[in-house]
Design a protein around this ligand. Structure first.
Ligand SMILES: O=C(O)COP(=O)(O)O
Ligand SMILES: [Mg+2]
Length: 235
């Protein structure tokens, strides 16, 4: 199984649902913003199925649920700015890294892989969240959902990273929890690992046909052995 990702030299990680269980704090911010609009508060289970396509889409889905109708653009913009205000005030109170994340990132770095973070979360929240969880130093490059003109499932962030690192996409592995990550990897012609514990709109993530499905983050280590100078040059 160590041959499976033989050509891989760089790994891009998704954030929410892959490295961190952020839904408890997203739920508070989302529920507070609905309540400010005079609407019912949403549950954590609902947010778990709405998250994954960025903050604006999360708010659109929450408003559509609370109104039982499509929201106006004015409602979206008001609820979105309320959401951002609440989320910024409490980014990590109840957000936790999944088991093994910190050690596994350290080991992968030691093994010679270049590590990047590609999330659909608005960029303004990403560096403070990574710092507060103590994992910011692992990533050479960090893209948020608004860092580039398109976000996942577009392949653009992955292709942009490859261009920046002068890497053929075949050398990139995308590790995520949702079809947005897997579809982006497929479209970029990169390999993908899908983790089953995250958020995938209530559907099994294996349906999107990733290269590999794993139940635990640290199992990645079994598939990604140390890169020697020779393998890096020959890849
Ligand atoms: O903000 C979101 O929708 C989630 O972002 P991520 O799963 O791409 O990290
Ligand atoms: Mg995710």
């Amino acid at each position: 199984m160590t041959e499976m990702f033989k050509g891989v030299t760089a790994i891009a990680f998704d954030l929410d649902g892959t490295l961190v269980d952020s839904v408890p704090d997203l739920t508070v911010a989302c529920a507070e913003s609905l309540q400010e609009q005079g609407l019912p508060r949403c549950s954590e289970a609902s947010v778990r199925s709405w998250v994954g396509n960025g903050a604006e889409m999360l708010i659109r889905r929450a408003l559509a649920w609370a109104l039982d109708d499509q929201p106006s653009e004015m409602q979206v913009s008001e609820a979105l700015s309320a959401f951002k205000r609440h989320y910024e005030a409490n980014l990590t109170g109840n957000s936790r890294l999944y088991p093994g994340v910190s050690d596994t990132l350290t080991r992968l770095g030691e093994r010679g892989y270049r590590l990047a973070l590609i999330t659909n979360k608005p960029y303004q929240f990403v560096p403070p969240l990574l710092e507060s969880l103590g994992i910011d130093a692992h990533f050479e490059v960090v893209f948020g959902g608004d860092s580039l003109p398109e976000k996942k499932p577009s392949p653009l962030p992955l292709l942009h990273l490859c261009q920046q690192w002068q890497l053929p996409p075949q050398q990139l592995l995308m590790v995520g929890d949702s079809r947005n990550d897997v579809d982006a990897a497929h479209a970029a012609k990169a390999a993908s690992v899908a983790l089953t514990y995250g958020y995938n709109h209530g559907e099994p993530v294996e349906d999107s046909q990733p290269s590999l499905v794993l139940d635990n983050f640290e199992t990645l280590l079994a598939y990604l052995p140390a890169k020697t100078e020779e393998t890096i040059q020959n890849d």
